[in-house]
Write a protein of this length. Sequence first.
Length: 375
Amino acid sequence: MTQRSPEQVFQRVKRLCYSGLEIAELKDRLVEELGAALSFHAYCFNQVDPTTALVTLNFNNGVGDAEHQRFFFENVYFEDYLDGLKELVLNRLHADTLFSASDGNPERTYRYQYLNDSGMDYGDELRTAFVANRRLWGSIALIRARREPAFTQSHVNLMRRLSPHVGAAMQSAVLQAIARQNEGESGAPAHREPGMMILGPKNELEYFTPAAQMWLSEIGMDLSKWPSPSALPAPVMQAVAALSRALSMTTESDEVLIPQIPVCGRSGLWLTIQASQMIATSGGAYRTLIMLEPAVPRTLHAIQTAAFGMTPQEEAVVQLVAQGASTQQIAETLYISPYTVQDYLKSVFDKVGVRSRRELVKQLFLEKILPKSAS
């Protein structure tokens, strides 16, 4: 592979990010370009739902088999990975190494212990949060073998510079998919019946309805591997894990965790995956119910408003504006003053780049949205 300087790679990737690439192609090109500037022997690339930070699409290479990936999404992601990503977003660093984050003691981290105990040659990790408008849209972890040196500060700086550009590209890909569905261009199947699947005590797939089979195909499940739990797609495993965390409520973030994930299917149709617990009346083992059905408009609207970095209060105002509510009606619904409503609207107008409610609704819910080049 031709070696390039970090600056050359930055310029090349930046151009890619504003070329309208879909997520899979963006990932391929990004990994190829990064390999020309720094060495790594494994990677994990995730697309996440910006409203929950749960994984909706996963690409990986060299990080174990399907069983390892299942364990990661059901356990390691919440125990040792998600909080680190959120911290990168909050402190606006956007990239860091495992060695740095652990003060030079990576063996103390859960994922380092698990991966090496599983027989993988896992050394330093360069993890990057892809952020746009203060929201997490995806991440990548570049992994080196234990015998290799740690990533350098130059590598970290490169990924920090790339974060807003790749974040804008991932945001744009999601919003373009929503726009295509809204305009009827997705080519999605006409069948929209909700599907249901039941997982056993070890999260093995026990039953599914014919409609669920169609939805599972939409999100890439290989039914030939049924009923292996490791055959479940990443978003299903994330919904199951989110349910478990929500029921355990061991941390404050677990208390507000909702086991529901919006996912764009292969045909372009958006669906919602939701997990809930089934209680056996005879005292038997618990089962998990997975519902798969078309995403409702408010779910897609939440993603669109998240793209502009709106606060929860601003998002609530926008949802009511989209329903045609007046300033007084919004104030009464949200128990705030009309003056506060106007303040929120002014902030929203500035973020979206519009001057009226009509323009706001048109921009958020009717038109395609393209990313603006980050500085």
